[in-house]
Each structure stands twice: as structure tokens, then as C-alpha cells.
Design a protein around this ligand. Structure first.
Ligand code: SF4
Length: 207
């Protein structure tokens, strides 16, 4: 069976993450992220279409009850995001998928986390239910500071510590991954995954 694009990307990311974890362990740097801590799952998460495809694959493998639950959360969260992005003219373009050369500015991430911080639709009891299919942004988010410093109430970003090896890891991954095709679109996780699921449902219906 051919490896899907997201499977190839996740394999490359995982290899780099594993090496970075070994390096940090050898250097005495301890990552404090772990099961049950989910502050970063309340951030805006920017993903590509193929990462949305990964989460849509996960979705369609679930039992009807889980699908219903996650679908309701996707509808609700994409509604929250629509309201958030449409509240300012400069962010209205993020309501719909956008090309690779456009990025959500850091200030928008910060404002969302301090004003909204709605949970990711895949978060359940503090854990990611789609962990094996989670996007690259989730795989590359690691801190070595105390978990509570990542809470939305700590609006001082300088309090939490991103180890230099994690910064290096992100650069390595960017270099290792193939450049996104001009045709690949990006978007906030909930908006893009909802669109991916709706597209597949429409194809099944009318295909
Ligand atoms: S996909 Fe999983 S790891 Fe990523 S933000 Fe959502 S719940 Fe968290």
C-alpha cells in the first residue's frame, strides 16, 4: 500500500523528535509535557490539508458514537473560530483555508489563547483521542518549564521555556519536509478538519 503524504511527513517528524529527545536526555534537559496536561490543546493549531486528511481518516475509523461527539465539537469549535476571526478585518481571511505563504501572526495566537482558549475537538479528559494522527504542530510542541506556566492565565509567554534543542528540532523538520506544493492549503485545525470530513461525505453521497 502506498504511504500517504501525511504518513511520510509524520514518519520524518517522528524520527527527528526521537533524536531530539535522546539529545535532550543526554544533555540533562527534561521535557515536562505529558499525559493529562493539555494547555497547548487550547491554542490555535495551524495545519495543512494533508494533516486534516490524517484526522479525517481517524474520524471515519471511529464508532458512530465517537464520530457524533467529535463532529458536534468540530461544529461548535469552528463556529467559535469563525466568530473570533471575523471580529477583526485583518483576521477575516483565516475563516477559510489559505495558501502556504500566509501564516496566522503570533499576536493572533496570543489573543486567542488569552481571550478564548476553547479546547481542541479531539481533546477528551485531558488527552488527545487522535494521538497517532495528531498534526505536526502538536508533535513539535514541547516545553521544559513547569506545566502550569503554559496556562492561559499566565499571559507572559516568557515564563515558559522552550528548550533550544526544540527550536533546533523545528528548524530541522522544516528543512527535512518537502516544500508545500503551491496548491496545498492551510487553516486552523477545526476549520480544515470539518471541511475535509464534509468533502468526503459529499463525495460518498454524490460520487
Ligand atoms: S490534535 Fe490532539 S494533540 Fe493536537 S491540539 Fe488537538 S487534542 Fe491536542
Amino acid at each position: 500500500m502506498n504511504e500517504k503524504l501525511y504518513q511520510r511527513h509524520f514518519r520524518i517528524i517522528n524520527e527527528h523528535v526521537d533524536q531530539a529527545l535522546v539529545d535532550m536526555q543526554e544533555g540533562g534537559e527534561k521535557i515536562s509535557c505529558g499525559p493529562g496536561c493539555s494547555y497547548c490543546c487550547h491554542l490555535l493549531v495551524e495545519i495543512s490539508e494533508d494533516e486534516a486528511d490524517a484526522l479525517a481518516d481517524w474520524f471515519f475509523c471511529q464508532a458512530a458514537k465517537t464520530q457524533q461527539l467529535v463532529w458536534q465539537r468540530l461544529i461548535s469549535k469552528s463556529g467559535v473560530l469563525r466568530e473570533f476571526f471575523s471580529s477583526r478585518r485583518a483576521t477575516q481571511k483565516f475563516i477559510t483555508p489559505y495558501p502556504a505563504h500566509i501564516d496566522i501572526p503570533q499576536g493572533v495566537f496570543t489573543r486567542y489563547f488569552s481571550e478564548v482558549a476553547a479546547p481542541c475537538p479531539f481533546l477528551e479528559d485531558g488527552r488527545c483521542v487522535a494521538y497517532e494522527h495528531r498534526p505536526g504542530a502538536c508533535r513539535l510542541h514541547m516545553v521544559s518549564s513547569a506545566p502550569e506556566l503554559c496556562a492561559p492565565c499566565c499571559d507572559d509567554d516568557s515564563l515558559y521555556h522552550l528548550p533550544p534543542r526544540v527550536e533546533q528540532l523545528r528548524r530541522e523538520v522544516l528543512e527535512a519536509l518537502p516544500d508545500p506544493e503551491v496548491t496545498v492549503l492551510f487553516g486552523e485545525l477545526s476549520i480544515l478538519v470539518r471541511a475535509a470530513i464534509e468533502k468526503r461525505l459529499a463525495e460518498t453521497h454524490f460520487g
